[in-house]
Design a binder for this molecule. Structure first.
Ligand code: ATP
Length: 320
């Protein structure tokens, strides 16, 4: 058992064939399948865990290609409906020479946004031990209602709820709306992971410290994680808090590092939620998660870079 169900969007990122160009300058693009919740599901499966993805795809070649990638990786696609009218979501993404990320989304609307509450595979959701989600599925109806219903069904069935907001500002009508909606489901989650950038955005503080992290605490939360890129992560529980150093690797593309980190964590806690209450064991799990994140930065693309357990153990054995 130990099923992890990840809910949200799966899409294709089109990334330039050469680095350091603007979208307009790019001579061509490569398909890089992604979408944070789908990456998390694949991260879990690659580590040997049991995962399913729930989200809508277009009834088109790209939609079936993405469902095929999930299945090839051992992720259940039983919760994926295909929309006959709308296309699979696309995003053109580039890392410009000035280091800024430039996004251009094709979602007008895309199939993922059209998932309805009636289309949810409730049986699959009820069998989840962990239910994971982001915030992109909250942006528009009917997907928003589907998200809220799925979360409730999972919670009622006893699943641990895991939330990684994965802020994508350009998709929201305004920054205030993004903050408001991201926070509107805050107190439902048992485990929350934010990046340093999201911590600043959500708290309005320019400090990444214990006080700003703790300002995001809620009464029913079991574990709050703040990821810090190459610097590793910080963790907070009701009874203790601390940090885990990052691993030194030669990073070439950080896409998916956060998803890999989350997938690893969920994979380890799904069989034993009590790990969260036990600091030495939690630290071991988070070291493993940081190692997964680090490995994911060493290859281009998110999905091809997600590690197997063997690769992680080898990095852990080799030390920092
Ligand atoms: P993304 O949105 O790119 O998927 P994120 O911002 O959610 O990522 P990060 O903090 O970038 O999350 O990365 C998650 C974890 O991966 C970190 O806690 C760290 O352990 C590891 N990691 C990320 N970048 C690096 C790096 N350059 N070197 C080593 N480890 C890294």
């Amino acid at each position: 058992d130990g099923l992890i169900v990840s809910f949200g969007e799966m899409l294709i990122d089109f990334v330039p064939t050469v680095s350091g160009v603007s979208l307009a300058e790019a001579p061509g693009f490569l398909k890089a399948p992604g979408g944070a919740p789908a990456n998390v599901a694949i991260a879990v499966a690659r580590l040997g865990g049991k995962a399913a993805f729930i989200g809508k795809l277009g009834e088109d070649e790209f939609g079936h290609m993405l469902a095929g990638i999930l299945k090839e990786n051992g992720v259940s696609a039983d919760g994926i409906p295909f929309d006959k009218g709308a296309r699979t979501a696309l995003a053109f993404v580039t890392l410009r020479a000035d280091g800024e990320r430039e996004f251009m989304f094709y979602r007008n609307p895309s199939a993922d946004m059209l998932l309805t509450p009636d289309e949810l595979n409730l049986e699959l959701i009820r069998s989840a031990k962990v239910f994971h989600y982001g915030s992109i599925s909250l942006i528009v109806e009917p997907c928003r209602s589907a998200h809220l219903k799925a979360m409730q069904v999972a919670k009622d069935a006893g699943a641990l709820l895991s939330y990684d907001p994965n802020l994508r500002l350009p998709l929201w009508p305004s920054a205030d709306e993004a903050r408001k909606q991201i926070m509107s489901i805050w107190d439902k989650a048992d485990v929350i992971k934010v990046s340093d950038v999201e911590l600043e955005f959500l708290t309005g503080s320019d400090k990444i410290d214990d006080a700003s992290a703790m300002s995001l605490w809620h009464d029913n939360l079991k574990l709050l994680l703040v990821t810090l890129g190459e610097k590793g992560c910080r963790y907070y529980t009701k009874n203790f808090h601390g940090s885990i150093d990052g691993y030194h690797v030669k990073a070439v593309d950080t896409t998916g590092a956060g998803d890999s980190f989350v997938g690893a964590l969920l994979c380890k806690i799904v069989h034993d939620h009590d790990i969260i209450e036990d600091e030495p064991r939690l630290k071991e799990v988070l070291k493993f998660s940081c190692a997964c994140g680090a490995i994911t930065t060493t290859k281009k693309g998110a999905i091809p870079a997600l590690p197997t357990e063997k690769e992680v153990i080898s990095l852990l054995k080799g030390g920092k």
